[in-house]
Design a protein around this ligand. Structure first.
Ligand code: ATP
Length: 341
């Protein structure tokens, strides 16, 4: 028996980052949006697909043959265009998710995972969170646990702030560290182009640079007024909590793509562009092609552009490719949700 889940990448239509807290974290308020670029996560009992010793992307944590009985045994095979530089050992978020679920459910951690990566790594698209979410969904089904998505989401937050959203997809306001979710209904589809950059950007490094730029007065803080304080409602941390602008939520609820494009913003963009100045050219190329809006996705370096429709997406792709300012492009739509295949 095996179970496969298709889990989407996410973009942030709006990302507001609060000041550095004494504990080293930042509060944030964001609009998460899941788009149609998917990793596939398959889970099967370990003894149905033993480790492939010829495959350098396979790791067998317990070593040796599949374990009989109740012994924990988790192994992982990675493939797909973005599997190359990822750890396939116990540090992989998908493997950590399997162990976390098994411990919480009180069952042996026994699974062989295959993760097919189409989501670029460390690209601001939450690919690792998607794989963790996929592993939770697949092992929940494989082991017959019958946990609800809400119950899985509580566990998902211990694996990473984006993992709860990756479990549900769609469009949602995220507050706290991103793990507190309020779903939003968006009518119809939004058309996006992703401009995938060469190389990676580390999320902690981008946060550090943002703090430095703000300290030096070279990057703006979160907007202070005229906002809907969803963050303070959800997190209960008072009126200064970072928040999402109510007009973006109105534009999304109305399906008004032009207005959504005008209001897209990302507080991490200044830091990502400072670390990777070539992103400024990518952003210009997409905007000159008439994108309704264009920003860095999350901590970058992927840039995301909103198009009017599918034909407009193809025009933006052509302009980006002609400009030579990115490594690859992806035409996607949102919102989408994870699904079993
Ligand atoms: P964020 O959720 O912060 O936006 P990101 O999308 O920029 O993250 P990811 O692709 O999730 O970045 O990868 C972040 C880090 O997690 C990488 O350094 C990577 O080595 C590590 N990692 C562990 N497991 C995985 C996985 N299954 N897929 C991707 N990255 C993983």
């Amino acid at each position: 028996m095996h179970v496969t889940f298709r889990v989407p990448a996410k973009i942030n239509i709006v990302l507001s980052i609060g000041p550095l807290r004494p504990d080293g974290f930042h509060d944030l308020a964001t609009v998460f949006h899941a788009v149609s670029l998917y990793d596939n996560v398959t889970a099967r009992w370990g003894d149905e697909e033993p480790r492939n010793d010829d495959d350098p992307r396979s790791e067998d944590e317990a070593g040796g043959d599949a374990a009989p009985g109740d012994r924990d045994h988790v192994s992982l095979t990675l493939d797909g265009p973005y599997s190359g530089r990822l750890p396939a050992d116990g540090t992989n978020l998908a493997v950590r998710a399997v162990h976390t679920l098994a411990a919480a459910a009180g069952v042996p951690a026994r699974a062989h995972l295959r993760v097919t990566k189409a989501i670029p790594v460390a690209a601001g698209l939450a690919g690792g969170s998607a794989d963790a979410a996929g592993a939770l969904l697949a092992c929940n089904a494989l082991w017959g646990l019958g946990w609800t998505v809400e119950r899985l989401a509580g566990l998902a937050a211990t694996l990473g702030s984006d993992v709860p959203f990756s479990l549900v997809g769609g469009t949602a306001v995220g507050t706290g560290r991103g793990e507190k979710l309020d779903p939003l209904v968006v009518p119809g589809a939004l058309h996006w182009v992703l401009a995938v950059a060469d190389g990676e950007l580390s999320t902690p490094a981008v946060y550090r640079r943002l703090d430095e730029l703000r300290e030096a007065g070279a990057a703006a803080g979160p907007p202070a007024s005229g906002t809907l304080a969803l963050g303070s409602l959800a997190a209960g941390t008072g009126p200064d909590t970072v928040s999402v602008d109510a007009s973006v939520l109105g534009a999304l609820a109305a399906g008004d793509a032009s207005e959504v494009g005008r209001l897209m913003r990302n507080d991490m963009q200044a830091a990502a562009v400072d670390l990777r100045p070539s992103l400024a050219q990518t952003l210009s190329a997409g905007r000159e092609a008439g994108a309704l809006g264009g920003i860095v996705s999350g901590s970058g370096p992927t840039c995301v552009f909103l198009a009017q429709d599918a034909a407009h997406s193809r025009m933006i792709v052509q302009a980006l490719e002609d400009s030579g300012t990115c490594r690859a492009t992806e035409v996607v739509v949102g919102p989408v949700t994870p699904s079993q295949s």
